[in-house]
Design a protein around this ligand. Structure first.
Ligand code: GAR
Length: 217
């Protein structure tokens, strides 16, 4: 069982999907702590209700990004994790922080990277008239929403979609792929080679793309 710390900023539905997977035995991981950069992150209550220790490192209490990063890293390392999982964590982390967790820091992003790094991904996908959108789990590098891709799930963009309906369709896939990616990491089924993710089994590699179902055939 690997030790996992999850970082959140808000509602924490991805965190909840990981907690549920660990609880059911589907994920050979012990979620040892949940940390938030905001005291009002509602996911903290969800984590506490599941009996997971929580802590807040409030970014507003720090004069600089570096000081916040240092305090956050100390709070994380207190739990001695094998893996740190960003799950709707909405602060940019500095280079020293990212290097400290290199190869053991995952993020989920609500777009098919490298399209649409940053915010408002669903709005931007709709504005571009995309037919396919989705989400990405990747190892974190110092570049924002960038880094070796572990798994992507695609969804169709349907006529009549708005930001909320598209976000919900993508989120359902996020809840599917994040536990999958963390399980692969926990079972040492993937590794980084020359900045790319390599799977030990071709089946896992094939499963790392979840394709959309065409509506209407
Ligand atoms: C998720 O859609 C996640 O992909 C996104 O924030 C949402 C958090 O939801 N993350 C980012 O945009 C990071 N760049 P959750 O708190 O319910 O998991």
């Amino acid at each position: 069982m690997i030790r996992v710390v999850i970082l959140i900023s808000g509602r924490g539905s991805n965190m909840a999907s990981l907690l549920a997977a660990a609880d059911s035995g589907a994920l050979p991981a012990h979620i040892v702590g949940v940390l938030a950069n905001r005291p009002d992150a509602s996911g903290l209550n969800t984590a506490s209700a599941c009996g997971v220790p929580t802590a807040v490192v409030d970014h507003r209490q720090f004069a600089s990004r570096e000081e916040f990063d240092t305090a956050m890293a100390a709070a994380i390392d207190h739990f001695a994790p094998d893996l740190v999982v960003l799950a709707g964590f909405m602060r940019i982390l500095g280079e020293a922080f990212v290097r400290h967790y290199q190869g053991r820091l995952l993020n989920i992003h609500p777009s098919l990277l490298p399209s649409f790094p940053g915010l408002h991904t669903h709005r931007r996908a709709l504005a571009e008239g995309l037919r396919i959108h989705g989400c990405t789990v990747h190892f974190v590098t110092p570049d924002l929403d960038h880094g070796p891709i572990v798994v992507q799930a695609a969804v169709p963009v349907l006529d009549g979609d708005d930001e909320a309906t598209l976000a919900a369709r993508v989120l359902a896939q996020e809840h599917r792929v994040y536990p999958l990616a963390v399980r692969w990491f926990a079972e040492a089924r993937l590794r980084l080679a020359d900045g790319r993710v390599v799977f030990d089994s071709p089946q896992d590699g094939a499963a790392a793309l979840i394709a959309p179902q065409a509506a209407g055939g």
